[in-house]
Write a protein that binds this ligand. Sequence first.
Ligand SMILES: *Cc1c(COP(=O)(O)O)cnc(C)c1O
Length: 399
Amino acid sequence: MTISQLPRKDLFDLPEGVIYLDGNSLGPLPKSVPARLNEVVTTEWGKSLIRGWNDAKWMEQPARVGNLVARLIGAPEGSVVMGDTLSIKVYQALASALEMRPERKVVLTDSGNFPTDIYMAQGLIRSLAQGHELRIAAPEEVMDMIDDSIAAVMLTEVDYRSGRRHDMMTITEKAHKAGAVMIWDLAHSAGAVPLNVAETNCEFAVGCTYKYLNGGPGAPAFIYVRPDIVNQARPALSGWMGHDAPFAFHMDYQPANNIERMRVGTPPVLQMSALEEALKVWDGVDMADIRTASIKLSEQFIAEVEAQCPQLTLASPREPDLRGSQVSFAFENGFAVMQALIARGVIGDFRAPDIIRFGFTPLYLDSGDISAAVTVLREVLESESWKDPTYQQRAGTVT
Ligand SMILES: *Cc1c(COP(=O)(O)O)cnc(C)c1O
């Protein structure tokens, strides 16, 4: 695979007339998924019934799919497991991290983190009732706020609003020097930027698979635990699937001696099967090629928007190295503009209060798509067609 072989549009089922700049929120459908899902439902479930756990290897699926994700995030075989949603994985990672530093009481995060990560930390701290404190720094102040009071640093690499990217190596190093445990959320990184989780040396990494990994709505999340500390990471959600011997049905919990201890309950086999099939689009793909192409597309987008749409203000870092694979612009009536764009087949998303956000996924986008999208954006702004009352209604809209 070389960059000249991107995009791989033929592997995706993209609707006619749509330019999809929202693969960072929900990746599109890989073409081979429906047939695979049909087979899982009709043959594996329909014919194998309960035997599917063994015959179709459903029980091993969370670890097997974990290995596919491991390759994409630079983690070794056997260090990643799938299940639940990202909110749950954030909770698990943080709970284990806090148990590893019982003498410390501070969790450090930043205001660029996605709210659910912060909410989960708040809920965990309340349940623990051990006097923990959540410190929320500004993203650019994180480095200065790391000191030896911190039990865990919990950050998302790529900011969901601006695309601003943290330096995982430098921050992890500083956290470790201060004696803190490092947790990275890779929700907007996995499948978007080259990652080397092993090299960063962080203890935990978590992420979702329905964004750049195209696993479909509700696809299971992943959790990585650094192999040398996996037996120190005590699972707070001590479900039977993380037990050393789930089918021995012991009365006492004994976690598995490997990453499978981060499993909780019965895996979502249908969702996991959709994801396992979807991950085939990465066969032979080098993340370095994806990154090169993604920077090219986003630089083109910024240049064309700034030349044609003076009404908008860039809300992402201008330096490509400091961005993930998305670009945001600020505009006071951003919500209505995005509704007008979506009505014209250019799908991105809006983030309150005024951000319109576009994701660049070189697997199925090329420079022609970018120019076409910018033309539509210019037309919407020039004609002010976003002022149409139908684009102002927010009630019940998932943005
Ligand atoms: C998308 C996203 C989530 C979503 O969590 P779910 O439990 O899968 O709904 C969490 N954290 C971050 C940083 C995200 O970008």
